[in-house]
Design a binder for this molecule. Structure first.
Ligand SMILES: Cc1cc2nc3c(=O)[nH]c(=O)nc-3n(C[C@H](O)[C@H](O)[C@H](O)COP(=O)(O)O)c2cc1C
Length: 325
């Protein structure tokens, strides 16, 4: 399939794997890229610029195809070494960067001077327009359904994507709630040039996470996620578990007075425990409502091939058949 995104990124299929903390390692990024999509290494999961350089080198060993690095700008007490990470990305010959969180204006000139394509992931039309204005090449429009941080506007993709299409000139991909051929064809119909998936790619053979994480996603329904940290304006969609219920009880009890310190136990240092050790109740970890559409653990190639084959028949048979009648 050819879209503005496949042309821009030099990939075969318009499918991107979004950056995911303690999931987006070289093994997964390379598997997605080898299957014709765009895989993404999560920059901040690597604890230093040197570690990121090594992960990028590992990914180059595993694939000849383009892959991305995610750089997330979220509120944090001690700012990560962003200049070091940017240098590792440029020196490592990475062709695409997915930025997320705050707008990437401080790092953009360095990335653009190095000829890197920048896709900014954001949750509103106004942030998408800002990304376009500062010179990002594309945006990933992340709806309310998404796993991770959906922002504070709560606009689902059925509205957000056509709104983005009405306003944006640069190409965009849909993100949040995407799982299969139906997601892709609907995204294309609403003006996107491809789709970005997070949760769906965790439940794949190559995702280097504990088997229990994959099983939890397969077992979960669309009713099993919760929004946490809304009172802190840092809303995150996570899979429900006893730690999340405890966190929500604290939010209810403390109301506006809640501070980050009050919920440290449920949110700090959770990802390595869940993703690597399979300690599923260690705390709150991101997961999308799309878990309700996930019931197998294919390889990335099986998943992407299935999406593309079924998208083709959806368009050529179901839609063309209806239009021709
Ligand atoms: C476990 C997990 C960790 C994530 N970590 C990050 C992250 O570190 N940075 C980021 O920009 N997005 C992160 N995301 C968001 C994804 O990149 C993607 O935008 C989102 O999962 C899309 O929604 P979906 O899960 O419905 O496909 C994470 C998502 C999940 C499920």
């Amino acid at each position: 399939m050819k879209t503005r995104i496949t042309e821009m990124l030099g990939i075969e299929h318009p499918i991107i794997q979004g950056g995911m903390h303690y999931v987006g390692f070289a093994e997964l990024a390379a598997a997605v890229s080898n299957a014709g999509g765009l895989g993404t290494i999560t920059g901040l999961t690597q604890t230093s610029a040197g570690d990121l350089a090594n992960e990028i080198a590992k990914c180059h060993d595993l694939t000849e195809k383009p892959f991305a690095v995610n750089l997330t700008f979220l509120p944090s007490v001690a700012a990560p070494d962003y200049p070091g990470y940017v240098k590792a990305i440029i020196d490592g010959g990475v062709k695409v960067v997915e930025t997320a969180g705050r707008n990437p204006v401080q790092v953009l000139p360095y990335l653009k001077d190095a000829g890197i394509t920048v896709i900014h992931k954001c949750t509103s039309v106004r942030h998408s327009l800002k990304a376009q204005e500062i010179g990002c090449d594309a945006v990933s429009v992340d709806g309310f359904e998404c796993g991770g941080h959906p922002g504070e506007d709560d606009i689902p993709n059925m509205i957000l994507l056509p709104r983005a299409a009405d306003e944006l000139e640069i190409p965009f991909v849909s993100s949040g709630g995407m799982a299969d051929a139906r997601s892709l064809v609907a995204s294309l119909a609403m003006g996107a040039e491809g789709m970005n998936m997070g949760t769906r790619f965790i439940a794949t053979q190559e995702a280097p996470v504990h088997e229990k994480v994959k099983q939890a996603i397969v077992a979960a329904s669309e009713l099993d996620t919760r929004l946490v940290m809304r009172p802190l304006r840092n809303t995150e969609r996570v899979l429900n578990n006893p730690a999340v219920e405890r966190l929500l009880e604290k939010e209810k009890a403390l109301g506006d007075k809640i501070e980050f310190d009050d919920i440290m136990e449920e949110v700090a240092g959770v990802y390595p425990k869940v993703m690597l050790d399979g300690d599923m109740d260690a705390g709150a970890w991101s997961c999308g409502m799309v878990a309700g559409l996930i019931d197998d653990i294919p390889t990335c190639k099986e998943l992407i091939d299935r999406i593309m084959t079924e998208a083709d028949s959806l368009i050529r048979q179901r839609l063309e058949g209806m239009a021709a009648a």
